[in-house]
Write a protein of this length. Structure first.
Ligand code: HEM
Lengths: 470, 361
């Protein structure tokens, strides 16, 4: 079909196809997604109206802000990344990518499959890079040297003998033409992965007190999501940077129970989640919720080194081994501090500096009492030994983010492909060199023509090096 | 030995070098140019030493292993690293292309970043890391992002130079665009220099009293009169750049840099920055978020702005294939891309809020 014919008979479908295969549409979509996303970063997403009204008041003044808010809300800007039009934009983006690739792939594949061939005189003249030198050696010698120099530089070579001259064809990076397509394919893979995650996965949370177990996670709106197994929190622990309240790490020991059997126990921390049957548990927060059944755990060591691990409830009594001294837990503070006048107080409702007050008696008579602080070993010593405050167990809960995302592997695959695709697209190029050698009164004329799809100057430099060496 | 001493040396070297590069562009005396290069190289060496020392200091305090202790945990350290990357890329380009005229456009970006550290009062202390930030992915994410930002900064400079040498019709939109950009660039640089001078020389040792000094001598001055005068002088300065832009064109053209070279340099820097940003900025960031919070993407403002920046550069790369976009239009995109980069890096923290580490100053 000739060109005129084609334009005369473009059907509607062709028009749509052409529209969706154009880079122009890509440019429009890029601009549209970026511009609307900017609004989405100014308007807080899925937030209470009040918060955004304050922002709008600052930008547009008192009187206009409610109207602007209503308009933005109506257009979906308060939850824009999930609005129908944003999803439509992403869909157009994907369609553009697919159709554009389908349209161009055959041409690229043809370039890749194209067999090596010598150039005609005219083709030779039209190449973007050309050079010519006359060498004092005979043609076979030059041929050998050129081929080996090209091979050394990573080129594949083919030799064509013609009537009066020889052409050497050298090529490198043929497959680098696919880099752009790998990149585009990777984008689709990521988008598909995201869609799979949204429709087949869930995002929930679960707070588990030490010792508790659950077979559900909870969605944002408090709906139960069945897990298919049970999960128990055996222990939770925070450690702090010395003398600060900045947590250094927080860890939970979790056990998976399936059909009444414990199948797996793992310690998780921030950045180290637990995965089981496609569901992932992330350490995301923690909290303090003590009860009368929480257990104080001590390691008590007597003067002559006898050690005993003790666990007891608030108000209960233990005996220091090898003695008649009994201790009773009579006060507790999750975060003990001392003010300027020497008064003790609890500075926050979380176990930042847990402390117990123990009253010691000997034969029923009060002998001494003291605060024992978990984070300060110097407070553990008592006249008849040491009482190490190990933990208050069953008082802290671990905050877990629970996620199932069957699409995440596609997203990761896409990321991997994109890294490769971009590397190939930007750091590799497809170069072809033709060298024609002809006899010239005992000397050899070497003419060269070359083309590349990228970084012309660097190919030129490379060629100069090769010629100089050859 | 203390890292801050070496930082001090490098800051002073860079700032004098910046002045020297600008003087070299204006007067074209080769001793000035050589001096500028030497100063930049000395500053860079000292900066490298400082970085290594700070790394060691950090390691001594944190005891988390050498790799985890790379000093890139707060705004201060990231700004300093950003400057280090810019200077590195710049020196490579200067040596490769044997042309010092870029210096006058690149070093002011580094100078602004350094002045910003001092006058905005960002905390220079070493802070312990909260658990979510103890991740190798985060480390790779931050390091690569700043390398990409540095290449974007250079492409901004070369794109701007491209616009300067290709237009001189005062009524042309492109001309107006670059004169306003260069004018604003100069206004911000001068305003920051004034803050810096007032803070260092007049207030001297009392700098700890002033938390955030950015634009306090000019646009944010308590006196309304000074504020008005600042805006008026800014407009006048932009007007002067617009009126006499052809002088700048002549200056740059006299360095025998062709439009094509500037276009190529812009593309090459973006061609390196784009994949590095994709891998480091977006992919590693997503992996880190996935491991820390269980969501690889949450449309947080910082993430969204990274994506916007990414789209602007994707736009740059694709618009090259459209007829009529090559040349000036895509150079404008490269300039906008860097504005978007800066906003991603600073604007989101200063103007919008987010979950990220560099929240607030
Ligand atoms: C954000 C999404 C996208 C990314 C990251 C991306 C990435 C790339 C990259 C890296 C290149 C190579 C550029 C160069 O060599 O300078 C490229 C080229 C190209 N892209 Fe995209 N792309 C995206 C979206 C699209 C879309 C939606 C289309 C749809 C039309 C498209 C069509 C093209 C075309 C036609 C080329 C030129 C291919 C060639 O050199 O033959 N891209 N893309």
């Amino acid at each position: 079909m000739s060109k005129e014919n084609q334009t005369a008979k473009v059907s509607l479908i062709d028009q749509i196809w052409n529209f969706f295969s154009s880079v122009k549409l890509a440019v429009i979509v890029f601009i549209a997604i970026s511009a609307t996303s900017i609004i989405g970063t100014i308007i807080e997403q899925q937030a209470e109206p009040q918060k955004n009204l304050i922002v709008l008041k600052k930008l547009f003044g008192e009187s206009a802000s409610p109207y602007i808010y209503n308009i933005l809300d109506f257009l979906g800007f308060t939850n824009m990344y999930h609005s129908w039009w944003f999803v439509l934009l992403l869909f157009i983006f994907a369609a553009n990518l697919v159709i554009c690739s389908i349209e161009r792939l055959p041409k690229i594949l043809k370039t890749i499959k194209e067999p090596a061939s010598p150039l005609t005189y005219e083709q030779f003249k039209s190449m973007p890079i050309r050079d010519e030198v006359v060498l004092g050696e005979d043609i076979d010698h030059v041929k050998e040297k050129t081929v080996s120099a090209l091979k050394k530089a990573g080129f594949k070579t083919a030799i064509f003998e013609e009537n009066d001259n020889t052409q050497i064809f050298a090529e490198k990076g043929r497959f680098s033409r696919l880099g752009v397509y790998i990149t585009h394919l990777s984008l689709l893979t990521i988008l598909i992965g995201a869609v799979v995650g949204i429709y087949l996965g869930f995002n929930g949370y679960l707070n588990l007190l030490e010792g508790e177990q659950s077979s559900f996670a909870y969605s944002k709106n408090e709906n139960e999501i069945p897990l298919g197994f049970e999960i128990r929190c055996d222990d939770f622990d925070v450690s702090f940077y010395e003398k600060t309240d900045t947590p250094k790490s927080f860890l939970s020991i979790l056990t998976i129970i399936e059909n009444g059997k414990e199948v797996l126990t793992k310690t998780i921390g921030v950045n180290e989640p637990l995965r089981y049957k496609g569901i992932t548990f992330y350490q995301s927060s923690y909290g303090f919720s003590p009860s009368m059944s929480s257990l104080f755990k001590f390691k008590v060591i007597s003067k002559n080194g006898e050690t005993e691990d003790i666990a007891l409830r608030f108000g209960e009594t233990f005996t220091v081994p090898d003695s008649n001294v009994k201790g009773t837990v009579s006060d507790f503070s999750p975060a003990l501090a001392i003010d300027k006048r020497g008064r003790l107080f609890t500075y926050t409702e979380s176990m930042n500096n847990p402390a117990v007050f123990i009253e010691f008696t000997e034969n029923g008579k009060s002998v001494y009492n003291q605060w024992i602080l978990k984070r300060y070993p110097e407070t553990w010593t008592i006249p008849t030994g040491t009482v190490e405050f190990r933990d208050l167990w069953g008082a802290q809960y671990t905050g877990l983010q629970v996620r199932k995302d069957p699409g995440v592997w596609l997203v990761y695959l896409g990321c991997f492909l994109m890294s490769i695709g971009l590397y190939v697209a930007f750091f590799m190029s497809h170069s072809r060199i033709w060298v024609r050698l002809s006899r010239n009164k005992g000397k050899t004329t070497l003419s060269l023509a070359a083309t590349t799809n990228k970084y012309k100057a660097s190919l030129q430099r490379k060629i100069e090096k090769i010629i100089r060496r050859g | 030995m203390d890292s801050s001493l070496f930082y001090g040396i490098s800051t002073i070297a860079y700032i004098i070098a910046m002045v020297a590069y600008i003087a070299y562009l204006a007067f074209k005396k080769s001793p000035i140019g050589i001096g500028a290069t030497i100063l930049t190289s000395v500053g860079f060496a000292s900066h490298t030493v400082a970085f290594i020392l700070r790394w060691k200091e950090f390691d001594d305090i944190m005891q988390m292993g050498l790799l985890r202790s790379i000093p890139l945990t707060n705004l201060y350290e990231s700004l300093v690293f950003f400057v280090w990357c810019i200077i590195l890329v710049y020196l490579v380009i200067e040596f490769k292309y044997k042309n010092k005229s870029f210096g006058a456009f690149v070093t002011p970006i580094a100078g602004m970043a350094l002045a910003f550290i001092d006058i905005s009062g960002v905390s220079k202390d070493i802070h312990p890391l909260i658990p979510a930030l103890q991740s190798n992915w985060l480390l790779a994410h931050v390091t690569l992002s700043f390398i990409a930002y540095a290449t974007f900064a250079i492409s901004f400079a070369t794109a701007l130079m491209y616009l300067v040498v290709t237009t001189d019709d005062r009524k042309n939109g492109v001309y107006i665009f670059w004169t306003i950009t260069v004018g604003l660039f100069a206004v911000i640089l001068i305003a920051m220099a004034l803050d810096f001078l007032v803070l260092k020389i007049i207030l001297g040792g009392k700098e700890s009293l002033v938390k955030n000094y950015l634009f306090k001598t000019t646009f944010r001055n308590p006196s309304g009169l000074v504020v008005a005068a600042s805006y008026i002088s800014s407009l006048i300065l932009i007007f002067i750049v617009w009126r006499f832009g052809y002088i700048l064109k002549k200056l740059i053209s006299s360095f025998s840099i062709s439009e094509n070279l500037l276009d190529e340099l812009t593309y090459k820097n973006i061609a390196v920055g784009f994949p590095v940003f994709t891998l480091g900025g977006l992919i590693f960031g997503a992996i880190w978020a996935d491991q820390a919070w269980g969501r690889y993407w949450s449309w947080d403002p910082k993430e969204t702005w990274s994506l916007i920046t990414w789209f602007v550069y994707a736009l740059y790369l694709h618009a090259r294939f459209l007829r009529g976009w090559r040349g000036k239009k895509i150079a404008i995109l490269a300039v906008i891309g860097f504005f978007s980069t800066i906003f991603t890096y600073l604007g989101v923290n200063l103007l919008l809020s987010g979950l990220h580490a560099y929240g607030g100053i």
